[in-house]
Design a protein around this ligand. Structure first.
Ligand SMILES: Cc1ncc(COP(=O)(O)O)c(C=O)c1O
Length: 406
């Protein structure tokens, strides 16, 4: 399909204006909103597949990792049709972070051996549930987890999540950083690593995997920092002769605003090659955001338009509770009109949700065309950490979800 005005930074082949109207995954977005009602999340299966294939291709052809495994971080979006679709592609396993996520993934067709498990603050009940899945790829993030796994499954193989005390995130946003100068709860630090290995050995556990995930949303501008993080992680990898695989976590980001430079996967994969060429280890990754975020739109109905003092408000029928990333992490979300209108006659609007909280404003002073004739608005990048993190705050938690298979 031919794109509309090239001036919109987010436009691409499957998300663009055609004759002034927004189209997504081969559909007229206004038709989707009319058909499903609002608020509604729509996801493109094809876009998800393309995102996965792009990462896998970079891992094989540039990083030199034909044996890699990709685990989709299902915390990003656990919509059943999406997980079933992923299973059916055969392109990835699952990264799970709670017993309920494991159960959900198994229910969608994934075998325990396709599930990499990395979580924090595990209870005895959690551990009992987890050890009932034969073949689950368990990564311990603490001495506590090693001890409790070892007590239940002596002689088994585990991974260890480490913390290199350095991390990386979109625009160095601390809210998205899991490791760094500040001590965080994630993983085992250098200072405790030999104790961790001794503890594992005392239960006859063999450490097969080193795992780390140090932050979310990094783009090309952060790749030098990401390389420095990887180099710190290699210290841990090199301590353990039994290690066969390294899981470099997720964190690969997508652009949120016009000034964001998309992640250069060629450079990303070249860094992996540099770090692992001489090590004879398989490299795995577990992205969530990168695989599904830009494959989802949140469709909102317009409720009213009104000037208050000098500010024009555009009300919509969904609030931050159904897509909390802007409120939780200060991640900007881009509202997109369904009819492009005259780009030279745009006006600034505050786009406001329907929750009684001062922070429930999607965007301030966003330039939109004349909205008097428009019924809907789309938020792009709503495929990850939106529906999966939604709450029923103000009892406005209802929304629809649809996977577009085309
Ligand atoms: C351990 C772990 N792996 C992977 C991910 C996925 O991160 P992202 O969606 O940024 O790729 C997360 C996200 O919090 C995580 O905690």
């Amino acid at each position: 399909m031919k794109s509309g005005p090239a001036s919109e930074w987010w436009q691409r082949g499957d998300l663009c204006y055609h004759r002034q109207e927004l189209h997504f995954a081969g559909h007229r977005v206004a038709d989707l909103a009319g058909q499903f009602g609002t608020p509604a999340f729509v996801y493109s299966a094809e876009r998800v597949r393309e995102n996965i294939e792009r990462v896998k291709k970079a891992l094989v052809t540039i990083a030199g990792q034909p044996q890699h495994r990709l685990y989709y971080a299902m915390k990003a979006n656990r919509f059943v049709p999406l997980l079933r679709f992923l299973k059916q592609t055969g392109l990835c396993g699952i990264d799970a972070c709670s017993p309920a996520e494991v159960e959900h993934a198994v229910g969608c067709g994934f075998a325990p051996g396709d599930i990499s498990f990395t979580a924090t603050s595990l209870s005895q009940k959690d551990l009992d549930a987890l050890t009932s899945y034969d073949g689950l790829l368990f990564n311990a993030d603490s001495l506590h987890a090693i001890r409790e796994w070892g007590r239940r499954k002596p002689g088994s193989e585990i991974g260890i999540r480490i913390n290199p005390a350095a991390g990386v995130s979109r625009a160095s946003n601390e809210l998205l950083q899991y490791a760094g100068p500040r001590t965080t709860k994630f993983g085992i630090f250098r200072e405790q690593f030999s104790e961790a290995l001794e503890l594992a050995a005392s239960f006859g556990l063999t450490v097969r995997r080193i795992h780390f995930h140090t932050g979310c949303g990094y783009l090309t501008g952060q790749l030098a920092q990401w390389q420095a993080v990887l180099e710190k992680c290699l210290w841990f990898v090199d301590q353990v002769a039994t290690v066969r695989r390294v899981n470099i976590g997720g964190g690969l980001g997508v652009p949120h605003v016009a000034s964001d430079q998309p992640l250069d996967l060629t450079k990303w994969a070249a860094i992996i090659r540099t770090c692992f060429t001489d090590r004879n280890l398989a490299v795995d990754a577990e992205p969530g955001d990168y695989l599904v975020k830009d494959a989802g739109l949140l469709l909102l109905g317009i409720t009213y338009m009104e000037k208050k003092q000098d500010t024009r408000f555009l009300g919509v029928d969904g609030g931050f509770n159904i897509a909390p990333e802007p409120a939780y992490y200060q991640l900007p979300f881009q509202p997109v009109p369904l009819i492009t209108g005259d780009p030279d006659r745009r006006l600034p609007f505050h786009v406001a949700g329907n929750i009684n909280e001062a922070l429930d404003v999607w965007s301030e002073n966003i330039l939109l065309p004349d909205m008097a004739e428009q019924h809907y608005l789309a938020l792009i990048n709503a495929g990850a950490y939106s529906s999966s993190m939604a709450s029923n705050h103000c009892m406005r938690g209802d929304f629809k979800e649809h996977l577009l298979l085309q």
